[in-house]
Design a protein around this ligand. Structure first.
Ligand SMILES: *[C@@H]1O[C@H](CO)[C@@H](O)[C@H](O)[C@H]1NC(C)=O
Ligand SMILES: *[C@@H]1O[C@H](CO)[C@@H](O)[C@H](O)[C@H]1NC(C)=O
Ligand SMILES: *[C@@H]1O[C@H](CO)[C@@H](O)[C@H](O)[C@H]1NC(C)=O
Ligand SMILES: *[C@@H]1O[C@H](CO)[C@@H](O)[C@H](O)[C@H]1NC(C)=O
Ligand SMILES: *[C@@H]1O[C@H](CO)[C@@H](O)[C@H](O)[C@H]1NC(C)=O
Ligand SMILES: *[C@@H]1O[C@H](CO)[C@@H](O)[C@H](O)[C@H]1NC(C)=O
Length: 660
């Protein structure tokens, strides 16, 4: 079936470089290898870059941080642990989540389970360019839930029209029946007369309370540039015209009978602009929010700090040189403060309108990210800093984009399908950032975030630090070190104290760690890892390591290696709450002793687990799924930490059995 499939022929037509296996051993190569020598797909590209030089003059390495016990000004709105979510390009749903509603990807479920344990829930947006022409069909060849229709490839991202079946939505529904995952689903918006409304009753009936919203079009401010709103039919296309389309949509929805309870009409996510032709202010100035006040559940934007479309799809854009731009993604100011500051007036506006303001799609660089930059440890630090900066700036959620095996920035990637019997998943840096972010914000729904960096003296943009507050009191501190300095001379000590004799006697610390900012795979969060390329079944491996730091003379000196990130729990109560929540049982998280040698570079592919957890289904879309008659047995895997994740894997399997 392989070569006949539309998806395969798309790959062949678009990408002359097709997948010989990326070898695991190349993954930890320390020398910079040119990407040109690698001929596989982007997601498994072993290219590493040279870390930026140690800054001169040297950065300040002792940073006193005095937190106010109460009364701190400028805290963000209340945030929840699911802040950092994922955006899944609709066309790769079957690669990422499962072949169909009865063959869910076990690794995906395990990855989500670890986040749900920490955050309470996970938010996923299903959409992107491929939502725009998505068409519900009764069935597709070979029982597929998705198929790209290659007769009409369009636009600069060469997105083919997408056909999908009802079972795509049942796949989402079955995922949410297992795990607390909530969805934003994209409405096709290219054709407005009439709109294709079929996804609305389908999503509403299948997802129910797990449906957060319907995204009204994707980046409408790029429709003119991409040829979707052009003369003579559209002499111009402005925010007013987009607003007119919203009105048309609501009129058609009302007339359709698809929204009998009037629920769906009030779940809209808009305007989803990319700040291309229109600024957010242009949209607010058009009266859009007041006009659709009742219908707008979220205000939303999409933004990538830079575009790598020049390199990825050979449009006429400038081609980024990865080594040159690498340092831009290894500090706090560039692309974080400067990217987000332009949205702060909009997040303030959204507060006046009582609307959550979300970043529906983002990542390091448009068109798939940057090799050696988006797929290395530095991107874990960058995306965690970015997520915290968005939280500080009163966004309410940010969705990091996942585009399948032909991009660099994925939080996680399924193995190529013809290798799914002997390969496992590749977990990227952004997933680790999501783990750390979930714990940094926690489960109270009351966390307020404050970027402390601008208020501190003698601190550099390489070592941002955030306070997390609850009921006005500091509960956690999140501290970064972007510098890559194996000598240890750039390790930074954050000297934390709390005013009014509030400094605790000791603090607990979890580290996000790797040897270098350019390391590919094998990062650790509190010493647990998801391995390197093709090494993960979605469960964290290794003993959790939580450090205790004694505070001396009312100062808690927390060291953050260069590079690294530390999450500091200021009180035992906050730590225990998090631990018991993560465990789901009320007890402190404990992981049974596992092989001591199971450190971050040594997670290996266990053929037994592969054979049992990731069966081959002969499909071509890269979804290795549990297959009939094969047994997933987490308990047999000695190298994997037991505990909640393993239990969940068992649960997943058990449920899978029932569905078959
Ligand atoms: C997988 O398919 C690709 C493309 O057809 C091919 O180049 C590669 O050798 C295959 N790998 C295996 C292990 O069969
Ligand atoms: C999912 O795919 C498997 C394998 O092709 C098939 O046996 C099963 O019936 C499919 N499930 C649905 C709901 O189509
Ligand atoms: C594919 O797209 C073409 C052009 O829009 C359309 O005519 C055709 O019906 C589509 N095929 C399927 C199977 O949806
Ligand atoms: C799971 O999918 C099957 C269809 O394959 C469906 O019968 C079942 O109702 C689904 N369960 C949920 C919770 O959506
Ligand atoms: C976030 O919102 C709060 C509450 O309105 C406000 O005090 C704070 O200044 C805002 N933060 C930013 C960065 O705009
Ligand atoms: C946080 O909010 C979610 C969603 O509204 C809710 O289900 C959960 O119970 C809340 N958690 C707490 C601790 O209030």
């Amino acid at each position: 079936m392989g070569l006949r499939s539309p998806f395969r022929s798309l790959l062949l037509s678009l990408l002359p470089l097709l997948l010989p296996a990326a070898r695991g051993e190349a993954v930890f190569a320390t020398s910079a290898a040119p990407a040109s020598e690698y001929t596989g797909v982007q997601a498994f590209n072993p290219t590493t870059l040279i870390p930026p030089p140690v800054p001169t003059p040297a950065i300040p390495t002792n940073i006193p941080v005095t937190l106010q016990k109460s009364g701190t000004q400028g805290l963000s709105i209340a945030q929840d642990g699911a802040f950092m979510g994922f955006s899944v390009e609709m066309s790769v749903t079957n690669q990422v989540m499962g072949k169909n509603s009865t063959l869910l990807q076990v690794a995906f479920l395990n990855l989500m389970a670890s986040l749900v344990q920490r955050a309470g829930s996970v938010r996923i947006r299903l959409g992107g360019n491929s939502q725009e022409t998505a068409k519900l069909v009764d069935s597709l060849q070979d029982g597929r839930i998705l198929a790209k229709n290659l007769t009409g490839v369009f636009g600069p991202t060469s997105t083919p029209p997408l056909d999908y079946t009802r079972d795509l939505m049942y796949t989402l529904g079955n995922i949410s029946a297992l795990l607390n995952i909530d969805w934003i689903v994209g409405i096709p918006w290219f054709v407005t007369n009439p709109f294709d409304l079929s996804i609305i009753p389908l999503a509403q009936s299948v997802l129910g309370d797990h449906l957060l919203g319907f995204q009204a079009g994707n980046e409408p401010d790029m429709y003119v540039q991409h040829g979707h709103r052009v003369p003579p039919e559209y002499p111009q296309y402005t925010p007013y015209d987009y607003g007119g389309e919203m009105s048309d949509f609501l009129t058609q929805l009302a007339a359709s009978g698809f929204d009998p309870n009037g629920t769906s009409k009030d779940l809209l996510v808009a305007p989803n602009i990319a700040w291309a032709a229109w600024s957010p202010q242009d949209v607010w100035d058009s009266g859009f929010v007041d006009k659709f006040d009742e219908n707008l559940k979220f205000l939303s934007v999409e933004k990538y700090p830079v575009s790598n479309c020049g390199a990825m799809i050979h449009d006429n854009e400038v081609i980024l040189d990865p080594q040159t731009v690498f340092p831009d993604f290894l500090q706090h100011d560039t692309h974080i403060t400067s990217l987000i500051s332009q949205y702060v007036s909009s997040t303030a506006y959204a507060q006046t309108k009582n609307k959550p303001f979300i970043m529906t799609e983002t990542n390091q660089a448009a068109c798939g990210g940057i090799v050696g930059v988006s797929d290395v440890f530095g991107a874990a630090l960058w995306s965690l800093d970015y997520a915290l900066q968005l939280a500080h700036s009163n966004f309410s959620s940010a969705f990091f984009h996942t585009g399948g095996e032909h991009v660099f920035y994925n939080p996680f990637t399924a193995p190529p399908t013809n290798q799914s019997t002997f390969r496992k998943w590749t977990v990227g840096p952004i997933y680790y950032a999501a783990l750390a972010m979930a714990e940094t914000i926690g489960r109270s729904n009351q966390s307020q975030v404050l970027d402390l960096t601008p208020s501190l003296q003698n601190i550099s943009a390489f070592t941002p630090v955030y306070g997390i507050y609850q009921d006005g009191a500091p509960v956690r501190v999140a501290a970064f070190n972007y510098v890559d300095d194996p000598s240890g001379a750039s390790d930074v000590t954050f000297s934390l104290s709390v005013s009014d004799t509030g400094t605790p006697a000791q603090v607990k610390v979890k580290y996000l760690a790797a040897k270098s900012v350019s390391q590919k795979g094998g990062y650790t969060w509190a010493n647990q890892t998801l391995g390197g390329v093709f090494e993960s079944d979605g469960r964290l491996v290794g003993d959790e390591d939580i450090q205790t730091v004694q505070c001396v003379d009312a100062v808690c000196a927390v060291k953050v290696p260069a590079p690294g990130f530390a999450l500091v729990y200021l009180t035992d109560e906050v730590f225990s709450e998090a631990a018991s929540a993560a465990d789901g049982s009320g007890a402190t998280v404990t992981f049974p002793t596992t092989a001591k040698t199971q450190t971050h570079n040594t997670a290996t592919v266990d053929p037994l687990v592969l054979a049992t957890s990731n069966g081959h289904d002969g499909s071509i879309d890269g979804m290795g799924s549990t297959s009939r008659g094969k047994k997933s047995n987490g308990a047999s895997r000695t190298t994997t930490s037991a505990g909640a994740a393993a239990v969940l894997a068992g649960l997943v399997f058990g449920a899978g059995m029932m569905w078959r």
